[in-house]
Design a protein around this ligand. Structure first.
Ligand code: G6P
Length: 367
């Protein structure tokens, strides 16, 4: 009810604002600064178990699936264990091969999504080990898993997931640390990641406070019939989640592409009427991302870059929203935050029912 809104106009907005404290709860008691590792007792996995996994398969739906893609990249980056995310809605119907040396991770805000719950049952029936990354305590998926980590994001009411997704990404970072530190990840690298995780709440607060600077760009996006969100490698799941959030509440067609794939097809669609939101972190792909933005500009496309302050745009004249840098492996967590605000402000301009978008349910518990 309105009381829970605590003076905010929308749950989505309130939940965006709450993220710094949600992050604090997510990491509390779970990080070891001295050994640069996470302590995740709830997973019920011994160091020996953790060392034994040859692969990681992450299962979720909607935003949880995109969080899983962010997580898979973190696990490959930090633990060098092959990892991928798959839509649980597909996995359950395709007679998947379940392997004893794969760690399955089910990710769900509600813990009640039927597709994800079914996927968990299927993994278990065939002898796989599955842990949960779930927000709602005691939910169906949380109970079905062999162990897990609760997200501690508090109740998420808005259909479009924000604070739960952010905590999911942090959960994956902590699982990546746990897998990495029983393998090749050095103590120094572990400490680097632990310190970066501890810095996240303040960094997220800084992004949320800079809301007005991202809201400026919402009008262009709201006016467009269709938008692209582009990113590559670590930035691509960020782009996917950005497009998902945007289409859920603005009802605009938004599509995510790997920046590298633009020239293989989608570039044909670029003109003055199709704006692009580009994820451009300060990494060794920055130059290639700049070249892609140049190509979009040359075709009269408008671009908004979500980027870091040390990316040199040279004479490329595109509006930018700068987020604080984390460690490169964790940058996706911070890069997603402005996209929440962009979608929110576009939906506000369009006058949509932000918390309850048409045709969608907060959790899909039936077939
Ligand atoms: C629904 C919602 C999405 C959500 C997905 C997964 O489709 O509309 O916003 O991401 O379910 O929900 P879960 O509770 O499993 O994270």
């Amino acid at each position: 009810d309105d009381l829970d809104l605590g003076g905010y106009r929308h749950y989505m907005y309130k939940e965006i604002q709450e993220q710094p404290e949600c992050l604090e709860r997510m990491i509390r008691g779970r990080l070891d600064d001295r050994f640069g590792v996470s302590r995740l007792d709830g997973l019920n996995l011994t160091p020996r178990d953790l060392r034994g996994f040859a692969r990681v398969k992450i299962l979720g739906c909607g935003s949880a699936y995109y969080a899983g893609q962010i997580g898979a990249t973190m696990i490959e980056d930090l633990a060098r264990v092959p990892a991928d995310a798959e839509a649980a809605s597909e996995f359950r119907y395709r007679n998947p091969i379940i392997e004893a040396d794969t760690l399955y991770i089910a990710v769900s805000q509600s813990g009640e999504t039927a597709d994800t719950a079914f996927a968990v049952e299927e993994v278990k029936r065939k002898g796989g080990r599955v842990v949960g990354l779930v927000n709602v305590v005691g939910s169906t998926i949380a109970r079905a898993c062999d162990g897990g980590l609760y997200l501690h994001a508090g109740p998420e009411i808005a259909v479009a997931s924000t604070k739960a997704l952010t905590n999911m990404a942090v959960g994956f970072a902590m699982i990546a640390l746990a897998l990495g530190r029983v393998r090749d990840l050095s103590n120094a690298d572990g400490q680097r990641i632990v310190a970066a995780l501890r810095a996240l709440p303040k960094q997220v607060a800084a992004i949320v406070e800079a809301e007005a600077r991202i809201a400026e760009h919402a009008k262009i996006c709201a006016d467009a019939r269709s938008l692209f969100f582009i990113g590559r490698v670590r930035g691509f799941p960020v782009a996917r989640e950005g497009a998902q959030k945007f289409k859920e509440i603005s009802y605009r067609h938004a599509e995510a592409y790997q920046t590298s794939e633009l020239k293989h097809g989608p570039l044909a669609l670029i003109d003055e009427e199709l704006p692009t939101v580009a994820i451009v972190p300060s990494d060794d792909l920055a130059d290639r991302n700049l070249a892609a933005m140049q190509q979009i500009k040359a075709r009269k496309g408008q671009v908004l870059a979500i980027t870091h302050d040390d990316v040199d745009f040279g004479d490329l004249d595109v509006p930018r929203f700068v987020v604080p840098r984390s460690e490169p492996e964790l940058d996706p967590i911070l890069l997603t935050i402005p996209l929440q605000l962009l979608a929110y402000h576009a939906a506000l301009i369009l006058g949509h029912d932000i918390d309850k978008p048409r045709n969608l349910a907060k959790s899909v518990t039936v077939e």
